[in-house]
Write a protein that binds this ligand. Sequence first.
Ligand code: FES
Length: 185
Amino acid sequence: MSIKLSDKAEARLKEKIALYPDPKSAAMWALYIAQEELGRLDDRAVEWTAERLNLSPVNVQELITFYTMYHKEQLGKYHVQICRTLSCAVRGSTKLTECVRKRFGTKPGQPSADGMWSYEEVECLGSCGTAPMCQINDHFFENLTPQKLTEILDRIEKEKPDLKLSTIDDRMGEGLKGYPKSQII
Ligand code: FES
């Protein structure tokens, strides 16, 4: 039986498909929409995307495994991606990774016991001039030190901001108070 997402998600995908001459071009949007709706890109998401866009499931899997913003496993409510590429590495990104590893007590890609956190190291996020940096859900935090990152994580724990780029409503999340989407600290 074919997979159906919420009416809102289905309508959103239709809008995106209409933007392109070939429905396949909406594949990245479809994956964002499915991930936001289902929490991860599991077999249902692959089937839904492939069916709606007339793609083969293996093509959908290729996209999911290539881009770090897509994930197949359930992550924490807040997922911290720490850039480990050259500019960030020479400016101390390993200390940031060590900081979150100790704090969350998990391995990369594993949610913490309370489901609040997960982390992983990723390649360049395109913000090399403000290294070292990380992305938490869909928001950048830049010019970090372990102490600054700790303060940010403390505030997220307290304020529980919406750090999601909503593909369903076309709006950014509320952000962390005092931190616009991309803030040079
Ligand atoms: S090297 Fe870290 S953002 Fe480019």
